[in-house]
Design a protein around this ligand. Sequence first.
Ligand SMILES: [Zn+2]
Length: 312
Amino acid sequence: MCVFFAILPLFVLKLLKFLITKTRFLLAGIGLIILLGVLFGSIMRKNNLQIFSNIALQLGLVKGPVNEIEADLNNSKTGDLIDTRPVVIIDPGHGGSDGGTVAGGALEKKLNLEVANLVGKKLTQAQVNVKFTRDSDLKVNLSERSKLANEHPGALFVSIHHNASTVPGAHGVEIYYAQSKPDSVMLSQRQYFKLGKNDSFSDHRGKLLAGHVQYLLCSMTGAKDRGIRDSRLAMTRWVSCPSILIECGFLSNAKECSNLRSSAYREKMSSGIAAGVLKYLKMVDADPYYGTSIKASKAAEIAQFQSENSGL
Ligand SMILES: [Zn+2]
């Protein structure tokens, strides 16, 4: 009996220890299951790409503008527009009786409108104010398009086209901008920046916009980068604000044509174009004189502008 009473407390202690260890283990298990449930529920509710790209960004697994901007596109919510940002005018080339290029069973005017609508949707989701030169199968003259654009001197203008060549192997993306525009066209830009008669003004914004869009469009689609090109096209030269014309790819190339006709490829392409525009807008957010020479000639005014806005 004495031995029994001597080992009883020891046995109870061991039993308690076992139960405590077991309980801890059980509690930890239940906790883990609840945590996994919450995470899984959250992933199912939200956009997977957003979560995974954010996690990847936070872990430093991916870097660079493509992923940053992709996260921007996915993080953006539909809501109030940011009025201080430039309006983006999207110009689907051709329309109505003007079909544009016809090749490989594709009609350019139709593809232009489809890409334009997707780009517009993505930019609107990113709280950018978007306008279209046409939003249906209408014929709109080039002069009407530039007139509409020039009603918004603070805008960005993005014209969307598809290319063709007599060389069947030609493929890839080209973006055009005009380095030099007539003084009559640039007058509204001088007024927009409140420049005096003698203030010098050189403008590289079209080239910069073309560069951002070209880089992100080619990165997201894997299309061949045929470079950005200075050319005096109607839609670049006669539009006063930074303006570009995108040739999304060659309908005359069988392989590229089949890409351009696929909705999955168009989705990537429109993400690339929207991302390039957003990248440019981010630069303008940080520096309203981005891409101009005004910064040097108006340094004092800019310093004042920055000090006035520093508390915001
Ligand atoms: Zn065209």
